[in-house]
Design a protein around this ligand. Sequence first.
Ligand SMILES: N[C@@H](CCC(=O)N[C@@H](CS)C(=O)NCC(=O)O)C(=O)O
Length: 249
Amino acid sequence: MTEAPVTANEKQRPLLLTLAPSHYCERARWALDLQGIVYDEERLAPGAHILRAKRLGAPTTSLPLLLLGDGTLYQGSDRILDWAGLSGGDLEIERRLELTTAPLIRQCLYAGLLHDPQSGIRDVLLRGTSKRQMKIGRLTWPLLRRIMAAGMNAQPGFLPDLIAQVERELDWFDQVLAARGDYLVGPKFGRTDLTAASLFAPVALPQVEPVKSISSGITWPHSLSPYIAKWSDRPTLRWVRRTYKAHRA
Ligand SMILES: N[C@@H](CCC(=O)N[C@@H](CS)C(=O)NCC(=O)O)C(=O)O
């Protein structure tokens, strides 16, 4: 079989490196899609991402990373949004979402998911990665899951407090929406809407691609399922699903 010729253009496509279910990675992915930027995505398994980021010379190991054809590297969803030309957001709202709301949501969900062998989170984290990473990820999962839980301080004992803190973030954002309406800044969909919708997506569960496929197969543990159900009707999460439906397709 002859290989299809690779054009210079294809060679130079930006490469987005992700941990697929990460909401920060979804934020970057959505921004590139919204701006019509053609890129490739490389999904990495937790653990394997550390080697990849270090080899690329990234300052830290966190994803998303965006690698341009000329070797320029952008780390962090915020910088990737800037590079993609998404400007004009509300800095204060985005900062709270990025630095407080999103880490809390992640810590809370992983405090339940990583400790329940039936949750399906292992397969969600490994889906779409290379065969080798998938194999190593499965073999090392008992250790990997403990390292992840320790790294995020995601322990089941913290769940009552984490749930209360997530509820405070939902209270805050319900109020933001009540004050601003469906578009947070200006008359149309923009950077802050995209940021809020993507960072709340893990609890809003929009049934829109690519989030739908990436997160499929999750079974919520009993420690979380009543809250996921209860939160679902909150204005914030209804807005997230509406926003995904209207703007993510
Ligand atoms: N503020 C960063 C946060 C990125 C972040 O926390 N990424 C997580 C995934 S949700 C990560 O890569 N964790 C693994 C690590 O730091 O090695 C952003 O907006 O990109």
